[in-house]
Design a protein around this ligand. Structure first.
Ligand SMILES: [Zn+2]
Length: 262
């Protein structure tokens, strides 16, 4: 009897031993490598990471237009990047002015504008000429961080105040010329704004292009401002925004402007 049962007992022992040996191995072999090396921990992580980055990229680009982040536009001063979010259709033009005064700066003009009963400095930016501020220094007006409409180019429709970024160069350019530093700063600022708000070269205007005025003076040629700004964008490898109207896309418009602004 014992002889007859023995193989069964031994077989049973092996079977149990086998299971016992394999059971601990099985979980180790089947669970450890997949999660820690081949798949689960690495593979889902990679696609989910990529998946998280890919859809965010276009969103970030759209957000960048609305709320430009420091560092997203090269080496522009932090103050140029507004704090408040921008309405996507807020800025359609850049309007260049001169102060028509030999000296000045944002503080002085702010005082002048408030004395006229305005809410605050009407321009968004002021570019100094070495009198109140350094030659070529760009001052950021109090409207800009708030992305507030301007008070610099009054017309019946108010479109240039509502949708125009006002830049004032200190000086009277009916009498003198903007300094090289002022022109360079203007081109840098203008190219940054063109790129950030997708403003085409033909929407970079002199104040006189919006109404009957001499501003920004007979010695400022807006065609030159456009050309310098576009060159800066090209040199930085940035796409130059196309003119808004196909009919004026060629150089003809600039030539017309040169005639008009001489
Ligand atoms: Zn003006």
């Amino acid at each position: 009897m014992a002889k007859w049962y023995l193989p069964l007992v031994i077989a049973g022992l092996f079977a149990v031993a086998g299971c016992q040996v394999q059971q601990p191995e099985n979980p180790v072999v089947s669970t450890l490598p997949p999660p820690s090396f081949t798949g689960p921990s690495m593979q889902p992580a990679a696609p989910s990471h990529v998946a998280a980055v890919t859809p965010v990229a276009p969103v970030q680009q759209r957000v960048a237009v609305a709320t430009p982040r420091p560092g997203a536009h090269g080496d522009v001063p932090a103050g140029w990047v507004p704090v408040a979010a921008t309405n996507p259709n807020q800025w359609l033009w850049i309007v260049v002015h001169h102060s028509a005064t030999p000296t000045g700066g944002a503080a002085a003009f702010d005082k002048m504008h408030r004395a006229k009963g305005w809410d605050e400095l009407g321009y968004h930016f002021v570019i100094g000429n070495g009198t109140d501020t350094h030659d070529g220094q760009v001052e950021v007006g109090s409207r800009w961080p708030k992305q507030k409409y301007g008070a610099h180019a009054k017309t019946p429709s108010e479109q240039y105040n509502q949708h125009g970024i006002g830049i004032c160069l200190v000086g009277n350019f009916d009498v003198t010329r903007p300094t090289d530093a002022q022109m360079k700063s203007l081109a840098k600022l203008t190219s940054y704004l063109m790129k950030t708000y997708h403003i085409s070269p033909d929407h970079v205007l002199g104040h006189r292009d919006t109404k009957s005025t001499d501003c920004p003076g007979r010695n400022v040629n807006i065609a030159v401002v456009r050309r310098m700004s576009m060159q800066m964008l090209a040199d930085a490898g940035e796409q130059v925004p196309a003119d808004s109207q196909v009919a004026t896309a060629a150089g003809g418009e600039l030539l017309v402007d040169e005639e008009k602004h001489r």
